[in-house]
Design a protein around this ligand. Structure first.
Ligand SMILES: Nc1nc2c(ncn2[C@@H]2O[C@H](COP(=O)(O)OP(=O)(O)OP(=O)(O)O)[C@@H](O)[C@H]2O)c(=O)[nH]1
Ligand SMILES: [Mg+2]
Length: 414
């Protein structure tokens, strides 16, 4: 059981909990940050200090609702042909030939600002902006024309040669107080070309460093001192700087937007899967903390019940977030050249009943109850329900995240 929640349920001194809250929170969140803002953290700490349980419940509830309802609008811009549409498709988890994917081509294709919703998360929209390299492009009016205030951040895509227009745009976005990330695509092509043309002296690290240094020098030249530069291949997001791009975007977003951004992270590496696990674990913890506060408030409407269909939906939501829903499993099986049945035999989270019945959860709850009863003389039935739910959701999350790793390694091996 979680140490902080255990102390809370044991009715430990609230002043002590107030001082322990923030430091403990920082140990349970992802390295990319959590979903509570600094302000909410201070408010919860103050509520602990005043022993105000209603306030603790309200602040946590508000933060969870805000995170759940947050939207994300990402502007993707850059010269024609640099791979903007390919990048958007990759982030939406769509192949270029799939329905609803952004048009990708060897001739100029994006002429108008076009919104692309994420197929799974409709509150996320990628805006494919017309290229900066067109004759009509003018850095002074471009941002107003595309409505720069509407976006959470910009991604400037560049490939092969660095262009003056890209640098100008970066400078302009910065001066408007907006964030941008400079993404250099097609590094797979550069590496291939260098390898073929200089087989004796070819060194991957050196080539990548040269590309990075060139982008840096050009951005410095135009007055952007600390640009974020990421080298990627849209054909292989697991490689190069894409994982670092994900982590930095998450870190730099306002806390309430991190959750929605994290949902986008494809499960392409152990690192990405762990980051997702950390985010969901934080949400489970906040829910549990909220429920434990509610359990001590007389007449608080009880909204927790151990409803099995609801629990099954929760497990299925985790499977979908980690790319293990039925459709995704079908696709993986097809790619691996195996049957769905064969692949399913290594996915433990497909067996809801086994997870629910597993004795370890009952044992954990029992152990908890015994330790609290010796201190408090008993826990309310509501507290028991939430302990059971807490343990079960952690079990779901860990099983799904472990399964995602198993599938990832099978895919990498093949
Ligand atoms: N090798 C390689 N090719 C890429 C990469 N990204 C895109 N491409 C190819 O580059 C071409 C242009 O890609 P698009 O995604 O259509 O580029 P765009 O920036 O949207 O182009 P416009 O819509 O015309 O502005 C296509 O043939 C893509 O397959 C990459 O990372 N590596
Ligand atoms: Mg395009």
């Amino acid at each position: 059981m979680d140490q902080f929640i255990e102390s809370f349920l044991s009715k430990k001194n609230f002043l002590q909990l107030a001082s322990e809250f923030s430091p403990y929170y920082s140990t349970i969140i992802s390295k990319a940050g959590g979903i509570l803002s600094q302000e909410t953290l201070s408010d919860i700490q103050a509520a602990f200090q005043n022993g105000n349980l209603e306030d603790i419940v309200k602040k946590i509830q508000d933060a969870l609702v805000q995170a759940e309802n947050a939207s994300l609008d990402v502007a993707v811009t850059g010269q024609s042909g640099t791979g903007k549409s390919s990048f958007i498709n990759a982030l939406r988890g769509l192949g270029h030939e799939e329905e609803k994917s952004a048009l990708v081509g060897i001739v100029e294709t994006t002429m108008e600002k076009t919104p692309y919703q994420h197929p799974k998360y409709p509150k996320v929209t990628f805006w494919d902006l017309p290229g900066t390299g067109t004759p009509n492009f003018c850095a002074d009016t471009y941002l107003e024309k595309v409505g720069f205030t509407n976006y959470d951040f910009f991604i400037i895509i560049s490939s092969t040669r660095f262009t003056y227009n890209d640098a100008l745009l970066a400078q302009k976005i910065k001066s408007m107080g907006k964030k941008f990330y400079f993404v250099r695509t097609k590094v797979d092509n550069d590496l291939y070309n260098e390898k073929v043309s200089k087989p004796k002296s070819f060194d991957e690290k050196t080539v990548l460093q040269q590309i990075r240094d060139n982008c840096l020098a050009n951005l410095h030249h135009i007055g952007v001192p600390d640009p974020n530069i990421f080298l990627i291949s849209n054909f292989d997001l697991a490689d190069f700087d894409f994982p670092r791009l994900e982590e930095i975007m998450l870190k730099e977003l306002p806390a309430h937007k991190r959750h929605i951004c994290m949902l986008l992270v494809p499960c392409l590496s152990d690192f990405a899967i762990e980051m997702k696990r950390d985010f969901f674990r934080e949400k489970i913890w906040l829910d549990a903390l909220k429920s434990s506060a509610m359990a001590f408030i007389p007449f608080m409407p009880c909204i927790i019940g151990f409803n099995l269909p609801e629990q099954e939906k929760c497990l299925n939501r985790y499977r979908s977030h980690f790319g293990l829903d039925d459709e995704a499993i079908k696709n993986v099986a097809k790619n691996l050249g195996t049957s769905v049945q064969e692949l399913s035999s290594s996915i433990k989270s497909l067996n809801f009943w086994l997870l629910v019945k597993e004795d370890s959860i009952v044992e954990k709850v029992k152990a908890c109850v015994e330790s609290f009863c010796s201190v408090n003389g008993g826990l309310s039935s509501m507290a028991l329900q939430f302990l059971k739910t807490y343990c079960l959701h952690l079990k779901f999350l860990n099983t799904v995240a472990d399964d995602a790793k198993v599938i990832l390694h099978k895919t990498l091996k093949s």
